[in-house]
Design a protein around this ligand. Structure first.
Ligand code: CO
Length: 274
């Protein structure tokens, strides 16, 4: 069974430099820092609220999947990982549903026993399943600037199709309290609830704007991560004092320049009242 989003995986050129932002400026602690020789990667996990982590991946040898990704696509978002209570049977279930698989059986990874599902079957998103073999999730830092990943935004051609695909593939339900059309942004969206986190599907309604541009240039795939903060104005001020470029708040959100975030569109929003 899939329970929650275990982590969000980013490919970066140099983890030590990336930690200058994710650990030192955002305040996320490091729980795991390990080189996996057989995969040719160094991986770091940073716990964030909502039972999830940020995973930074840096290639340490040539010719690996992560090295090729960095060469062809550059730094950026790489995969979403769902926590699995039984990765072997979840991978088998996925294959039986006709999902194109990268791993039919689990192997060892940074987050425990893992397996990957092909992005072709999941609207351009590389999906990982992970069954932790040891308790690596430490508590997030209470003082961290960002409290949780509120949602991950995925640009798709048709949100109805994407909602149906993800519901069938993973069993997540639609969150009817969010989503709709936003004429000002030229998009419509829908949310699937995944425990404390959420997947947002975004469909461009107009030709202009960043979402339409992303859809034209990259096709379907992960477009942004939205992090919740306690106080948006204070967060903006804090980041500007550290020389991070961030937009003024617009409609309750602000955008950090991708230069600071290893190429990942990062949105800050006020934490939801719970
Ligand atoms: Co991963």
């Amino acid at each position: 069974m899939l329970t929650h989003i275990h982590h969000y995986g980013f490919v970066v050129r140099n983890i030590d430099e990336s930690l200058g932002f994710y650990r030192d400026i955002l305040g996320l602690p490091v729980s795991v820092d390990r080189v996996i020789e057989e995969q040719g990667v160094r991986g770091v996990l940073l716990p964030i609220g909502g039972n999830s982590e940020i995973e930074l991946l840096e290639p340490v040898s040539e010719g690996t999947g992560i090295a090729r990704f960095l060469e062809t696509r550059g730094e950026g978002f790489h995969h979403i990982c769902f926590n699995s209570t039984d990765v072997s049977s979840d991978l088998t279930n996925a294959a039986q549903k006709g999902i194109q698989m990268i791993d039919e059986t689990p192997r060892n990874g940074l987050a425990g026993l893992i397996g990957f599902l092909h992005p072709k079957s999941n609207h351009g998103v590389l999906i990982e399943y992970a069954q932790p073999q040891e308790e690596t999730h430490t508590l997030p830092n209470e003082d961290a600037l960002v409290k949780a990943v509120d949602h991950v935004g995925i640009v798709v051609e048709k949100i109805e199709t994407a909602v149906q695909t993800y519901t069938e593939h993973f069993g997540f339900g639609q969150d009817d309290s969010r989503g709709g059309a936003n004429q000002a942004l030229g998009i419509k969206n829908a949310f699937l609830k995944v425990e404390d986190g959420a997947l947002e599907f975004i469909e461009p309604l107009t030709e202009g704007g960043p979402v339409a541009k992303f859809a034209n240039e990259r096709g379907e795939g992960v477009f942004l991560l939205s992090y919740s903060v306690n106080n948006l104005e204070q967060a903006i001020e804090h980041l500007r004092l550290q020389d991070v470029r961030i937009s003024d708040p617009m409609g309750g959100v602000a955008f950090v320049h991708p230069k600071s975030t290893n190429g990942i569109n990062m949105q800050l929003m006020m934490r939801k009242e719970s």
